[in-house]
Design a protein around this ligand. Structure first.
Ligand SMILES: Cc1cc2nc3c(=O)[nH]c(=O)nc-3n(C[C@H](O)[C@H](O)[C@H](O)COP(=O)(O)O)c2cc1C
Length: 201
Protein backbone atom coordinates (compact mmCIF):
# COMPACT_ATOMS: atom_id res chain seq x y z
CA UNK A 1 0.00 0.00 0.00
CA UNK A 2 1.28 3.46 -0.95
CA UNK A 3 2.07 5.60 2.08
CA UNK A 4 -0.04 8.66 2.82
CA UNK A 5 1.28 11.81 1.17
CA UNK A 6 2.67 14.61 3.27
CA UNK A 7 1.46 18.21 3.07
CA UNK A 8 4.43 19.25 0.92
CA UNK A 9 4.12 16.21 -1.32
CA UNK A 10 0.46 17.05 -1.97
CA UNK A 11 1.26 20.70 -2.63
CA UNK A 12 3.86 19.70 -5.20
CA UNK A 13 1.71 16.96 -6.74
CA UNK A 14 -1.30 19.25 -7.18
CA UNK A 15 0.58 22.22 -8.61
CA UNK A 16 0.31 22.90 -12.31
CA UNK A 17 0.72 25.99 -14.43
CA UNK A 18 -2.76 27.54 -14.64
CA UNK A 19 -3.37 29.93 -17.55
CA UNK A 20 -7.09 30.68 -17.13
CA UNK A 21 -8.21 33.01 -14.37
CA UNK A 22 -11.63 34.49 -13.64
CA UNK A 23 -12.11 38.03 -12.42
CA UNK A 24 -12.47 38.15 -8.64
CA UNK A 25 -13.14 40.97 -6.17
CA UNK A 26 -12.01 38.88 -3.23
CA UNK A 27 -8.88 40.02 -1.44
CA UNK A 28 -6.11 37.63 -0.58
CA UNK A 29 -4.09 39.08 2.32
CA UNK A 30 -1.85 36.00 2.38
CA UNK A 31 -0.29 37.19 -0.89
CA UNK A 32 1.57 39.86 1.11
CA UNK A 33 3.74 37.20 2.76
CA UNK A 34 4.90 35.74 -0.54
CA UNK A 35 7.78 38.03 -1.64
CA UNK A 36 9.98 37.60 1.42
CA UNK A 37 9.50 33.83 1.45
CA UNK A 38 10.05 33.58 -2.29
CA UNK A 39 13.56 34.93 -1.99
CA UNK A 40 14.34 32.75 1.03
CA UNK A 41 16.53 30.64 -1.23
CA UNK A 42 20.13 29.54 -1.23
CA UNK A 43 22.15 31.69 -3.66
CA UNK A 44 25.57 30.81 -5.05
CA UNK A 45 28.22 32.17 -2.66
CA UNK A 46 25.38 33.89 -0.80
CA UNK A 47 25.47 36.45 -3.61
CA UNK A 48 21.86 37.38 -2.98
CA UNK A 49 21.32 38.51 -6.54
CA UNK A 50 17.69 37.46 -6.82
CA UNK A 51 15.04 40.08 -6.18
CA UNK A 52 11.29 40.24 -6.55
CA UNK A 53 8.72 42.90 -7.29
CA UNK A 54 5.06 42.29 -6.55
CA UNK A 55 2.30 43.92 -8.55
CA UNK A 56 -1.23 44.01 -7.22
CA UNK A 57 -2.60 47.23 -8.67
CA UNK A 58 -5.20 46.51 -11.33
CA UNK A 59 -3.83 49.30 -13.51
CA UNK A 60 -0.34 47.83 -13.54
CA UNK A 61 -1.63 44.29 -13.95
CA UNK A 62 -3.50 45.41 -17.08
CA UNK A 63 -0.41 47.18 -18.38
CA UNK A 64 1.71 44.06 -17.80
CA UNK A 65 -0.89 41.97 -19.64
CA UNK A 66 -0.62 44.40 -22.53
CA UNK A 67 3.19 44.27 -22.56
CA UNK A 68 3.03 40.46 -22.42
CA UNK A 69 0.88 40.40 -25.58
CA UNK A 70 -2.19 38.95 -23.89
CA UNK A 71 -4.31 40.38 -26.70
CA UNK A 72 -2.72 38.02 -29.23
CA UNK A 73 -3.54 35.00 -27.01
CA UNK A 74 -7.15 36.15 -26.59
CA UNK A 75 -7.45 36.42 -30.37
CA UNK A 76 -6.35 32.79 -30.64
CA UNK A 77 -9.26 31.82 -28.39
CA UNK A 78 -7.39 31.40 -25.11
CA UNK A 79 -9.03 32.66 -21.91
CA UNK A 80 -7.86 35.59 -19.80
CA UNK A 81 -4.82 34.93 -17.74
CA UNK A 82 -2.39 37.76 -16.97
CA UNK A 83 -5.01 40.53 -16.81
CA UNK A 84 -7.20 38.54 -14.40
CA UNK A 85 -4.34 37.85 -12.01
CA UNK A 86 -4.78 38.96 -8.41
CA UNK A 87 -1.03 39.47 -8.22
CA UNK A 88 1.97 39.21 -10.50
CA UNK A 89 5.42 38.58 -9.08
CA UNK A 90 8.41 39.40 -11.24
CA UNK A 91 11.52 37.42 -10.41
CA UNK A 92 14.50 39.69 -10.99
CA UNK A 93 18.11 38.72 -11.62
CA UNK A 94 21.03 40.92 -10.62
CA UNK A 95 23.91 39.14 -12.33
CA UNK A 96 26.41 41.73 -11.16
CA UNK A 97 25.82 40.70 -7.55
CA UNK A 98 27.31 37.30 -8.43
CA UNK A 99 30.37 38.76 -10.16
CA UNK A 100 30.97 41.15 -7.28
CA UNK A 101 30.71 38.34 -4.77
CA UNK A 102 33.04 35.99 -6.66
CA UNK A 103 35.69 38.67 -7.08
CA UNK A 104 36.07 38.72 -3.31
CA UNK A 105 39.21 37.29 -1.73
CA UNK A 106 37.85 33.97 -0.49
CA UNK A 107 36.48 33.10 -3.93
CA UNK A 108 39.48 34.00 -6.07
CA UNK A 109 40.72 30.43 -6.51
CA UNK A 110 37.38 29.33 -7.88
CA UNK A 111 36.31 29.41 -11.52
CA UNK A 112 35.54 32.97 -12.46
CA UNK A 113 31.83 33.62 -12.38
CA UNK A 114 31.92 34.83 -15.99
CA UNK A 115 33.08 31.31 -17.03
CA UNK A 116 30.65 29.14 -15.10
CA UNK A 117 29.32 26.28 -17.23
CA UNK A 118 26.02 26.70 -15.40
CA UNK A 119 25.16 30.35 -14.68
CA UNK A 120 24.06 30.13 -11.07
CA UNK A 121 21.98 33.30 -11.23
CA UNK A 122 19.45 31.41 -13.37
CA UNK A 123 19.57 28.41 -11.03
CA UNK A 124 18.75 30.66 -8.10
CA UNK A 125 16.03 32.48 -10.03
CA UNK A 126 14.40 29.12 -10.76
CA UNK A 127 14.46 28.24 -7.08
CA UNK A 128 12.71 31.53 -6.27
CA UNK A 129 10.17 30.89 -9.02
CA UNK A 130 9.28 27.50 -7.54
CA UNK A 131 9.02 28.89 -4.00
CA UNK A 132 6.70 31.57 -5.31
CA UNK A 133 4.45 29.13 -7.17
CA UNK A 134 4.09 26.79 -4.22
CA UNK A 135 3.40 29.67 -1.83
CA UNK A 136 0.68 30.93 -4.17
CA UNK A 137 -0.93 27.49 -4.34
CA UNK A 138 -0.84 27.33 -0.57
CA UNK A 139 -3.04 30.45 -0.38
CA UNK A 140 -5.74 28.64 -2.38
CA UNK A 141 -5.03 30.61 -5.55
CA UNK A 142 -3.47 28.98 -8.60
CA UNK A 143 -0.06 29.87 -9.90
CA UNK A 144 1.16 30.29 -13.45
CA UNK A 145 4.43 31.20 -15.08
CA UNK A 146 5.06 33.25 -18.17
CA UNK A 147 8.66 33.45 -19.34
CA UNK A 148 9.96 36.85 -20.38
CA UNK A 149 11.03 35.81 -23.89
CA UNK A 150 7.97 37.32 -25.64
CA UNK A 151 7.45 40.43 -23.60
CA UNK A 152 8.10 44.11 -24.21
CA UNK A 153 10.94 44.17 -21.70
CA UNK A 154 12.01 47.80 -21.99
CA UNK A 155 8.42 49.01 -21.60
CA UNK A 156 7.99 46.82 -18.50
CA UNK A 157 11.27 48.05 -17.03
CA UNK A 158 10.28 51.62 -17.64
CA UNK A 159 6.81 51.12 -16.10
CA UNK A 160 8.17 49.48 -12.95
CA UNK A 161 11.41 51.49 -12.75
CA UNK A 162 13.53 48.34 -13.01
CA UNK A 163 17.17 49.26 -13.76
CA UNK A 164 18.61 48.35 -17.17
CA UNK A 165 21.14 45.84 -15.72
CA UNK A 166 18.46 43.79 -13.92
CA UNK A 167 17.03 40.86 -15.90
CA UNK A 168 13.43 39.70 -15.67
CA UNK A 169 12.98 35.93 -15.49
CA UNK A 170 9.25 36.18 -16.05
CA UNK A 171 5.90 36.62 -14.38
CA UNK A 172 4.73 34.31 -11.64
CA UNK A 173 0.97 34.85 -11.64
CA UNK A 174 -1.60 34.25 -8.91
CA UNK A 175 -5.29 34.02 -9.69
CA UNK A 176 -8.59 32.27 -9.27
CA UNK A 177 -8.74 29.41 -11.75
CA UNK A 178 -11.47 29.45 -14.38
CA UNK A 179 -12.62 25.89 -13.90
CA UNK A 180 -15.08 26.03 -16.82
CA UNK A 181 -12.20 25.68 -19.26
CA UNK A 182 -10.13 23.42 -17.10
CA UNK A 183 -7.96 21.03 -19.02
CA UNK A 184 -8.21 17.82 -17.06
CA UNK A 185 -6.11 15.84 -19.46
CA UNK A 186 -3.33 14.20 -17.50
CA UNK A 187 -0.03 14.78 -19.21
CA UNK A 188 1.77 11.51 -19.63
CA UNK A 189 5.34 11.23 -20.70
CA UNK A 190 7.41 8.25 -21.70
CA UNK A 191 10.59 10.15 -20.98
CA UNK A 192 12.83 8.53 -18.44
CA UNK A 193 13.97 11.35 -16.16
CA UNK A 194 14.74 9.52 -12.95
CA UNK A 195 17.82 7.36 -12.69
CA UNK A 196 19.04 5.10 -9.95
CA UNK A 197 22.70 4.49 -9.25
CA UNK A 198 23.68 4.95 -12.93
CA UNK A 199 22.31 6.98 -15.82
CA UNK A 200 20.24 4.64 -17.93
CA UNK A 201 17.86 5.36 -20.80
C1 LIG B 1 11.36 28.69 -17.53
C2 LIG B 1 9.93 28.49 -17.92
C3 LIG B 1 9.37 29.29 -18.90
C4 LIG B 1 8.04 29.14 -19.24
N1 LIG B 1 7.49 29.99 -20.13
C5 LIG B 1 6.18 29.89 -20.41
C6 LIG B 1 5.57 30.80 -21.30
O1 LIG B 1 6.19 31.74 -21.78
N2 LIG B 1 4.25 30.65 -21.56
C7 LIG B 1 3.51 29.67 -21.00
O2 LIG B 1 2.33 29.59 -21.27
N3 LIG B 1 4.07 28.77 -20.15
C8 LIG B 1 5.38 28.87 -19.85
N4 LIG B 1 5.94 27.98 -18.97
C9 LIG B 1 5.14 26.86 -18.43
C10 LIG B 1 5.45 25.55 -19.17
O3 LIG B 1 5.22 25.72 -20.54
C11 LIG B 1 4.52 24.41 -18.78
O4 LIG B 1 3.29 24.92 -18.44
C12 LIG B 1 5.00 23.62 -17.63
O5 LIG B 1 6.24 23.01 -17.89
C13 LIG B 1 3.96 22.54 -17.32
O6 LIG B 1 4.21 22.12 -16.04
P1 LIG B 1 3.08 21.71 -15.03
O7 LIG B 1 2.14 20.81 -15.75
O8 LIG B 1 3.84 21.04 -13.96
O9 LIG B 1 2.42 22.93 -14.58
C14 LIG B 1 7.26 28.11 -18.63
C15 LIG B 1 7.85 27.30 -17.68
C16 LIG B 1 9.15 27.49 -17.30
C17 LIG B 1 9.72 26.61 -16.22
Amino acid sequence: MESEKTYLQNLILNRKVVRNYVESDKTFPALKEIPKLTIKIPTAGFSRGIEIISITSKTNINKLAYFANEESYLKKGFGKWISNSKAIFLILINQEAYHERYEKMDKQNETNSTSWSVPYWYVDAGAAMMNCMLLIDETGLKSGFLGSHNMAISEIKSLLKIPENIEILGFVTAGVEDTTNRNNKQKTSQKKLIHEEIYEK
